[in-house]
Write a protein that binds this ligand. Structure first.
Ligand SMILES: [Zn+2]
Length: 134
């Protein structure tokens, strides 16, 4: 397994997954040619409000317990990130919003089903995949 020689935090770094997020599990299937990365956030993690930007808002609840995002391929292997999607109830603007995820950007021109075929149909939200803006 490729991850066996990675030090603590290096796979998170490679996949652009910052604190308070961390990788809980990685599954790789040679048969399916797919890498699945399961990401969690630390207990009592605080997130900025995605409406007004106020920092350090506690998690109110989980909007979705198994969201899936398409990541860049890992060589020729399809790779996906799976995570719970938390919501905050902002103490400043009093708005309940989904937390902005560091690996998910809204995709305008590239939609999963257009370029990725069947995998796009498996995604919870076909409009979101990871795109590299770095
Ligand atoms: Zn707010």
């Amino acid at each position: 397994m490729f991850a066996a020689n990675l030090k603590e935090g290096q796979l998170e770094y490679l996949l652009h997954i910052p604190e308070p997020w961390y990788i809980d599990r990685v599954d790789f299937s040679l048969e399916a040619k797919q890498l699945d990365v399961y990401v969690k956030f630390r207990k009592r993690a605080l997130f900025p409000c995605s409406n007004c930007g106020a920092p350090d808002q506690p998690v109110r609840d989980i909007a979705n317990h198994d969201r899936t995002w398409r990541h860049f391929n890992f060589f020729e292997y399809l790779s996906c990130i799976h995570a719970e999607l938390p919501r905050t109830n902002c103490g400043k603007c009093d708005t309940i919003t989904r937390v902005n995820l560091p690996w998910a950007f809204r995709v305008i021109e590239t939609i999963g089903t257009v370029h990725d075929g069947p995998i796009g149909e498996k995604l919870a939200d076909k409009d979101y995949i990871l795109v590299n803006d770095r």
